[in-house]
Design a protein around this ligand. Structure first.
Ligand SMILES: Nc1ncnc2c1ncn2[C@@H]1O[C@H](COP(=O)(O)OP(=O)(O)OP(=O)(O)O)[C@@H](O)[C@H]1O
Length: 225
C-alpha cells in the first residue's frame, strides 16, 4: 500500500494588510503519496509559494492540520527548525546560492548548525550525483544557471530529506537545461523522494504524476487521463 507523506486537512491562510484581511488559501485538503512527483499550478498570486512555505514549515497556516511523514504539526511543541532540516529540502527559481562560497561549501551550509562530521565527503558525493564533480571549487558566478540549480539540488539533499519542495525550479533555465533538471528530479523520485514543483510550465506538469491546481483559494487535483 502507498504511504502518505503529506496529509493536509482544511488548511487556510489569510494575510492581514492594514485593515484588510486577504484569504489566499481556503480549506485546502489533500494527500501526497510517498515517492510521487506532483506539480502545483495556479495563476500568479494564487498562493503556490504560500502553500509550499506552509508545507516547508516556514509559514504557519491560519487554520488547519498538517501531517508530514509521521509528524503531526499542529498543536505539538515540535522543534520546527529541526524538523524542517531533517524532513524538507527546498529549491528556488533564483537558486539562492551564497555568492562568496564555492559549490562544495554551499552544499555543506544547511548542516553547519548540526556540526556533523564527514559533511564535506557527503557534499562531494552529492555534487558527483548531480554531475558536478568537476566543479567543486567553482563559485556560483563561475557556474551556468543549470549548474547552479544542480548545486542547489545537492544542497537541498544534504540533510537526507523525505520531501523536496521546488518553487519554479526551471523558470530561469532554457528548455534543454530544464529537461536535464527534470530528468534529475525524476530519478530522485524513483529513489523514493516525494517532490512538489510549483510551476507555470505545462511541460513540467506533464512530467509529474498528477497536478494540484490552486484557483480562487481552492485546490483541485487533476489526474492524468
Ligand atoms: N507575507 C505576506 N503578506 C501579505 N500578503 C502576502 C504575503 N505573502 C504572500 N502574500 C499574498 O498572497 C498571495 C499569494 O502569493 P504567492 O506568492 O503565494 O502566490 P504564487 O501563486 O506563488 O504567485 P507567483 O506564481 O506569482 O509566484 C498574493 O496576493 C500575495 O501578495
Amino acid at each position: 500500500m502507498e504511504k502518505t507523506i503529506i496529509h493536509a486537512e482544511q488548511i487556510s491562510k489569510s494575510y492581514q494588510i492594514a485593515e484588510r484581511e486577504i484569504t489566499v488559501l481556503q480549506d485546502i485538503s489533500f494527500e501526497i503519496e510517498e515517492g510521487s512527483m506532483v506539480a502545483l499550478l495556479g495563476p500568479s498570486g494564487s498562493g503556490k509559494t504560500t502553500l509550499l512555505n506552509i508545507l516547508g514549515l516556514i509559514t504557519e497556516p491560519t487554520t488547519g492540520n498538517l501531517r508530514l511523514s509521521e509528524y503531526d504539526i499542529a498543536g505539538k511543541k515540535l522543534d520546527r527548525n529541526k524538523l524542517r532540516r531533517s524532513l524538507i529540502g527546498y529549491i528556488f527559481q533564483q537558486f539562492h546560492l551564497l555568492p562568496q562560497f564555492n559549490a562544495l561549501q554551499n552544499v555543506c551550509l544547511p548542516l553547519v548548525p548540526e556540526r556533523q562530521s564527514n559533511v564535506e565527503v557527503r557534499a562531494a558525493e552529492l555534487l558527483e550525483r548531480v554531475g558536478l564533480d568537476h566543479r567543486l571549487t567553482h563559485l556560483p558566478s563561475e557556474l551556468s544557471g543549470g549548474e547552479q540549480q544542480r548545486v542547489a539540488i545537492a544542497r537541498a539533499l544534504i540533510g537526507r530529506p523525505k520531501i523536496l519542495l521546488c518553487d519554479e525550479p526551471t523558470g530561469n533555465l532554457d528548455t534543454g537545461t530544464r529537461d536535464s533538471i527534470l530528468e534529475l528530479l525524476s530519478k530522485l523520485k524513483e529513489e523514493g523522494l516525494s517532490i512538489i514543483i510549483a510551476t507555470h510550465d505545462v511541460e513540467v506538469a506533464n512530467r509529474c504524476n498528477y497536478t494540484l491546481v490552486i484557483r480562487d483559494g481552492h485546490l483541485i487535483r487533476e489526474d492524468k487521463d
